[in-house]
Design a binder for this molecule. Structure first.
Ligand SMILES: [Zn+2]
Length: 1032
């Protein structure tokens, strides 16, 4: 808006509307004053609410203004709280304020209610912090800060997961991370973090282990486990990363049948009958112990006929036919699953003619010749894992190299052969392959050997999902070794029961953990590493029998609690053994295995929750990424169930992963990584990477539905910063209009105008909804509620309307005080409602509070976190439903009126909305009486023209055609509750008051102040001017 339109000289334009008396004749100088905050300023509201406010704005912009005569009587907003956050400077100041005054500690001490424990987990690997950390830590902090306001104790635990060998390095990393978390505004007991390498922690972990031993849940066995040749250790499922693009050398091979269990069935095909198998790990063939079939499937003997030339050559790429097919010799009969015959025809490029079909069960106990060692082996019955989705329907079974093979092997008493050493090379047991790497030359050698022996049907590369070592990023293998296991079977039912008693957010997470827990095999807890907590076991030098008893564990635990687990490595066996065994020390050696890191972190409930004062077991909440269903959530559950019979948590919240704005995974190579530090303090180029401050980052965290994967990028952050600015503007409006407020000025609720009661009614409902959403950890709902409330209910309506009452209603008038009563309630409620999400903004508001807020105990609330969540105000909810409904309708009507005002403005009939008069006509009798009631409200707040921000509103008893045709700006509001309401807009009657810009007929009737309306005349509180002087 420009100066010309502000000081508009009204044109000579005449309205032909018969009710209109006269056009305003005189230009008025607007009042000028201090700039004000106009949060949000939606375009319509901006144009409509010009007047003193806009004049002031103009003045601030430097437009030359003559001082208004009544300027000093206008109560413009005032505050030291800036519209610009300047977060990069301000947030660290506020954090320092909290730290220096030990605000967190004092908050915790004041809380006397139940303790709330959010047990912070250690699952993130050390290193640079990324948005995943920010999401995780800020979600926890929002919960903690909310709980601290909700009469409960704040207990944020500080996470550390140490996976490095060097404690010094790990501790340095932890310090760096902590500083970043502090900058995010995360409150925690930073002085007392728990370190998984502290002696107390390690001792607690040994105690958990010891209890599991005593309950018989720990055993040693030779079983196939995930093995990393590159790290030379066993790995747990949670230590694997699955590569989608791994390419294996897959082969189809044929094993020659020697004996039939039912000779009548297939005798005709002997001695030229073979079993066809398919494998992606040819190196496991030397360890073959059986071929398994599914008794439920139908199998067929097929005859290999002519090579289908086109097929065998197409897709020729790296596919290679074995000698068995390409040689001219007589082709054997081959057994495969009947359903796979046509697929195999095209795969092998060969016509397969079915000679006979029979059930899989008929093959049990058939014998075949081992293709490498020449021994006779058996066909066995496997389970559902044998399908016709791929392969041949017959499964090469090596119990030393596969979980299902192992179980099938147990059933048939098959040998567990695993001729592979720690580095992934064949051992002497593998004969001619000895010394070769199973993932390299050894694999190729096996294939070559099979081909030479005419066992190979076809070889081809095969792309599939394959487990890699999460540390070395190298492929792993399945390999049977002697390991320590926790028998999940021993307490699986108890675990399943406990899962059902835990609250899972989102609820689908329960299905995930149920599926993972019900199907998981025994937990291999031993690792072949030189760091970590040792498995406290001695082995008899001769018999290799392990020595592990209550006394040995207890003794070692005592040592570790004082000296740390390093003692296991440097102390002698004599000293590590309890008294009773000491004289036999020479007969024993120390075990060198350490515990799975998931056993370390899975024991945190025992080391922290159960040990530290003021904490509870179980914890109220565990909150981590959804990958922890197979990680920390599960390892914690298993150790806790095994030893205490209870889950270590009452609720578990999971969040998804952070992706870029387009939904892609963030990676350095794609250049789409969002760095939380940069979001807070900005990058090198502040235009491209502005620093938004921690609260904008936190607002983003609150805005996303974190139960799935979440998106972030420059565009989204800009939106967040815009929303932050709007919320800041809302808070600034409240602060600045309460600059002269004192709580004792409050107007009693029963005396408040309807519109003020309605505002408090909405406030109470909004805050209640926000509380529900905090309780249910659905922060994105709070974000949505806040956005709507601040923009639609406050900025576009209540604040918009309030300006007249606040600025020109009179400093000590009822209308201003009543409005301030409502605004102070909004300030005190909203500052608390936003504090968990935007603590810096809330504290900044609080530090600029223009009045003192006294707490229940009589003390002054110095910091926002001294406050508790607002107590539900039943009185505010007592507005009659009829009034609530009708005011709701009025707001809709107001939108319609605004549209017509806007078109009148565009048509140059009016400048500001105060230049207008609104006519309403309703047919519904009830509507008419209610509109009349509001139109004639004498409290200067409820009056309809105030709600519309026009100078007048008149309810027409009837609507003639003449009236209709005389009004060029008109429209109709239709609603089933009110019937049709006709709306017409003309210029206002009377003259414009110099002070408030409202048009009234009484301007000019006061001799002492001829340019003022009656309201302004009554509130300016100036010394009376003698009538004579005025006349002269
Ligand atoms: Zn006035």
């Amino acid at each position: 808006m420009d100066a010309a339109s502000c000081c508009r000289v009204f044109s000579t334009q005449r309205c032909r509307f018969p009710l209109r008396r006269l056009a305003a004749p005189l230009p008025r100088r607007p009042l000028c004053s201090e700039p004000t905050s106009e949060p949000f300023a939606a375009s319509t509201s901006k144009r409509r609410s010009r007047g003193p406010v806009m004049a002031a704005k103009k003045a601030a912009q430097g437009a030359k203004q003559e001082e208004g005569k009544y300027k000093h009587t206008v109560d413009l907003p005032k505050t030291s709280f800036g519209l610009r956050a300047n977060s990069i400077m301000r947030e660290p100041e506020l954090q320092k304020l909290w730290e220096e005054n030990q605000v967190l500690k004092r908050v915790s001490e004041r809380n006397t209610g139940a303790t709330f424990v959010l047990h912070d987990g250690p699952p993130y690997a050390n290193g640079d912090l990324h948005m995943g950390h920010a999401l995780n830590k800020i979600l926890k902090d929002i919960i903690n800060r909310y709980k601290s306001m909700d009469k409960e104790t704040l207990n944020a635990l500080t996470p550390i997961k140490l996976r490095q060998k060097a404690a010094k390095f790990a501790k340095a990393t932890v310090t760096t991370q902590m500083n970043s978390f502090k900058r995010f505004g995360v409150w925690a007991d930073w002085d007392n973090p728990y370190l998984t390498l502290s002696p107390e922690y390690e001792a607690s972990q040994l105690e958990v282990f010891g209890q599991m031993v005593m309950k018989g849940y720990i055993y040693r066995g030779r079983k196939p486990v995930h093995w990393s040749p590159s790290s030379r250790t066993a790995l747990a499922e949670a230590e694997l990363e699955y590569s989608e693009n791994h390419i294996s050398k897959s082969i189809y091979a044929a094993f020659k049948v020697t004996n039939l269990s039912n000779p009548a069935l297939l005798e005709e095909f002997l001695p030229n009958l073979c079993l066809a198998i398919w494998t992606t790990t040819p190196w496991t063939i030397p360890a073959n112990a059986a071929v398994a079939v599914n008794p439920e499937l139908t199998y067929a003997v097929v005859e290999l006929q002519s090579v289908l030339q086109s097929e065998s050559k197409s897709g020729g790429n790296q596919r290679k036919l074995g000698n068995m097919l390409s040689s001219e010799s007589r082709k054997p009969f081959i057994i495969v699953a009947a359903d796979l015959v046509s697929a195999l025809e095209s795969k092998w490029g060969m016509k397969l003619v079915i000679q006979k079909s029979f059930p899989g069960s008929a093959l049990e106990h058939c014998r075949y010749i081992h293709p490498v060692n020449g021994n006779e082996c058996s066909v066995v019955l496997g389970g559902d894992y044998i399908t016709t989705e791929s392969g041949t329907g017959l499964v090469h079974t090596a119990p030393g190299h596969g979980q299902e093979d192992y179980l099938t092997g147990l059933k048939y008493g098959l040998p567990i052969v695993s001729p592979v050493d720690d580095e992934g090379n064949f051992t002497a047991e593998a004969g001619q392959f000895s010394g070769l790497s199973v993932l390299g030359t050894g694999n190729a050698a096996v294939v070559k050997y099979l081909d030479e022996q005419c066992n190979l049907i076809l070889e081809e590369p095969y792309k599939h999902k394959y487990p890699y070592d999460w540390r070395s990023k190298e492929p792993t293998i399945f390999r049977a070794t002697e390991q320590w296991f926790a028998s999940v079977d021993g307490f699986r039912n108890a675990a399943m029961d406990a899962i059902r008693r835990v609250s899972w957010f989102p609820s689908q997470a329960e299905n995930r953990i149920v599926a993972m827990t019900s199907s998981r095999s025994d937990w291999c807890i031993s690792r072949q590493r030189t760091w970590g907590v040792p498995i406290p076991v001695f082995y008899h030098v001769d018999s290799q029998e392990p020595l592990i008893t209550e006394e040995t564990i207890e003794h070692i635990k005592g040592i570790v609690s004082k000296k740390g687990s390093d003692a296991w490595w440097y102390m002698t066996i004599e000293d590590l053994l309890p008294e009773k065994y000491r004289d036999k020390a020479s007969e024993y050696r120390k075990g060198t295995d350490t515990m799975d890191v998931w056993f370390d972190s899975g024991s945190s409930w025992a080391a922290v929750l159960a040990k530290r004062d003021g904490l509870n077991f179980p914890a109220d909440v565990y909150l981590e990424g959804s990958d922890q269903h197979r990680g920390w959530f599960q390892s914690s559950l298993l150790t806790s169930i095994a030893t205490t019979g209870k889950a270590p948590y009452s609720s578990v919240i999971t969040h998804g992963f952070v992706l870029d704005e387009k939904g892609f995974k963030m990676s350095k190579s794609l250049g789409n990584v969002v760095d939380p530090e940069k979001v807070i303090v900005g990058g090198k180029n502040s235009k491209e990477e502005p620093g938004y401050g921690a609260d904008v980052l936190r607002l983003w965290v609150s805005s996303v539905d974190y139960t799935g994967d979440v998106l972030v990028g420059p565009q989204i952050l800009r939106q967040m910063s815009e929303m932050y600015r709007k919320l800041r503007g809302t808070m600034r409006f409240l602060l600045s209009n309460l600059h002269d407020w004192k709580p004792e000025n409050s107007i009693p609720y029963s005396d408040l105008p309807k519109i003020d009661k309605y505002a408090l009614f909405q406030l109470e409902n909004v805050v209640t909804s926000m509380k529900d959403s905090y309780e249910n950890y659905q922060f994105y709902k709070i974000y949505q509620i806040l956005q709507r409330f601040a923009i639609v209910d406050l900025s576009n309506f209540y604040f918009d309307v309030a300006k007249d009452r606040l600025y020109v209603g009179g400093r000590v008038s009822f209308t201003r005080k009543s409005c301030q009563t409502v605004l102070s309630a909004h300030l005190l409620y909203l500052v608390r409602a936003i504090a968990p999400i935007m603590p810096h903004l809330a504290e900044d508001v609080w530090q600029n509070l223009p009045f003192q807020h006294i707490l229940d105990d009589g003390s002054v609330a110095e910091y926002v976190f001294n406050l508790k969540w607002p107590v539900r105000n039943e009185e505010w909810l007592s507005v009659p439903k009829d009034d609530v409904d009708f005011l709701g309708v009025i707001l809709e009507l107001r939108s319609e009126v605004n549209k017509i005002l806007e078109s009148a403005r565009t048509g140059k009939l009016i400048g500001s909305s105060l230049d207008a008069k609104v006519y309403l006509h309703a047919e519904n009798v009830n509507t008419v009486s209610k509109l009349k009631e509001l139109a004639s409200a004498n409290n200067d707040a409820d009056a309809l023209h105030r709600l519309f921000i026009t100078s007048q509103v008149e309810i027409l008893p009837s609507l003639s055609e003449e009236t209709k045709s005389g009004v060029s700006n008109a429209g109709t509001f239709s609603d089933e509750r009110t019937g049709n309401i006709w709306i017409g807009v003309t210029r206002a009657d009377g003259e414009k008051c110099e002070r408030c810009w409202n048009y009234t007929r009484d301007v000019g009737s006061f001799l002492d102040h001829p340019t003022l309306c009656a309201r302004c005349h009554g509130v300016i509180d100036l010394p009376p001017v003698p009538a004579a002087a005025a006349v002269s």
